[in-house]
Design a protein. Structure first.
Length: 75
């Protein structure tokens, strides 16, 4: 499951990079995932839920969904 979510996010990040020059996966989200997992281990949170949430936390930005609204709410 996580592999498929990550694969999807990398795919849309690569497409977004062709238009914007910024790759969300390479420059931001992969680091967020590592920090989120470190924190999750400290508090014994569900690692799968945390990892999927971290991967997708900026999905609205990458997909340019409803850009006049807060991306964290849309995502
Ligand atoms: Fe972010």
């Amino acid at each position: 499951m996580i592999d498929k979510v990550q694969e999807y996010f990398i795919e849309i990040s690569n497409k977004h990079e062709k238009k914007s020059g910024y790759n969300y996966w390479d420059n931001h989200v992969k680091y967020v995932v590592q920090i989120a997992l470190d924190l999750a281990r400290e508090v014994q949170a569900d690692l799968e839920i945390v990892e999927i949430s971290a991967i997708l936390h900026d999905v609205a930005k990458v997909l340019e969904l409803r850009e006049n609204e807060s991306h964290n709410v849309v995502g």
